[in-house]
Design a protein around this ligand. Sequence first.
Ligand code: PDD
Length: 290
Amino acid sequence: MSSPISAARQTVYLNGCFLPLAEAKISVMDRGFLFGDGVYEVIPVFGHKLLRGDAHLRRLQHSLDRISLQNPMSDSDWMQLFARVLEKNPGENRAIYLQISRGVYPSRDLTVKSGYPATIFMMVLPVKEIDLALLAKGIKAITIEDFRWDACDIKSTSLVASVMLRQQATRAKVEDAVLVKHGYVTEGTASNLFLVDGNTLITPPTGHQLLSGITREIILDLATENNIPVIQRPVSQQALYHADEIWLASSTREIAPVVKLDDQLISKGAAGPMWQRMMGWYQLQKQAGR
Ligand code: PDD
C-alpha cells in the first residue's frame, strides 16, 4: 500500500515554521546551496515508530562535530519536532529527511564565521512498502572506482560524487554500484555492503571511507542475536565474486540482494537463504520499532 503523502500536500519544516512544500524557500546565499556546506539524516518511520531514532541523532551529532557546526537543538527537542512533522504528514511507511546547513552569510566566502544561524529543513518522504517477492528477485550492480573523498563518515549534503557514481550505474543499466577503493570495497552509492561466506556475515569496517549506516548497525545486532558469526574486515573486490551472497542495505531500501555483479551471477542469480532469514528478522524489528 502506498503512503498518502504527496509532494503537493507536504507540510515541511523550515527554520521554526511549518509550511506547504511549495512555499518553503531559502536564500541563494545559503551555504548549503553555494557549497553543500551541511549535513543530513534520513530516519525511517514504520507505523508511528522511528526506527532507531536515537542512533540517527547520534550520527547527526557525529556529522555536525566533523564539520564543526553546533547542533541547533537537543535530542529531546529533535524528537518533539519529529513528532510534529509526522503528525502533519500522516502515513504508514515514511522517512524523515532532515537537513542542516551552515546558514546564510552576506557574501560568498569559504571562511566560517560565527553569528549566523543554521538553516534547518525537514520533510517527510513517503517510503514504498517493501514487496518482499519483488525484492527477492534481487538487483544488478557494477563495480566502480570510488573516487569520493576521505570523509565519507560524514552524512554530508555535498553529494555530487555520489550522483556521478549513480549516473554511471544508470548508464550501465543496473540499479546500483559497488564502490571499490584501491582494490577494496567501501559501500554502495547510498547503502552499506554485506557479503555472506558460508554461515558468516562480512562487512567492511567503519572509518572515513564509508558511512556508518544505521541499517548496517541493525543487521549486525540481528546477526549477533541470532548467533550468526560476523566479521568486520576489509573486503577485496575479488572476494565479491566468490561470495555466497551480497547485500546492499539502507534505511529506505532495507536489504537488497545483489544477484548479478558486473558480468557474474551471485548466489545463482536469486536471493540467498541468509538474506531470507535476515529479512524476516528485519521485518520484526521494523514492527517493534527498536
Ligand atoms: N543514505 N552509505 C551511504 C553513502 C548512504 O547514503 C546511506 C544511506 C547508507 C546507509 O545508511 P542508513 O542505513 O543509515 O540509511 C550508507 C540515505 C538513505 C540517503 O541518502 O537517502
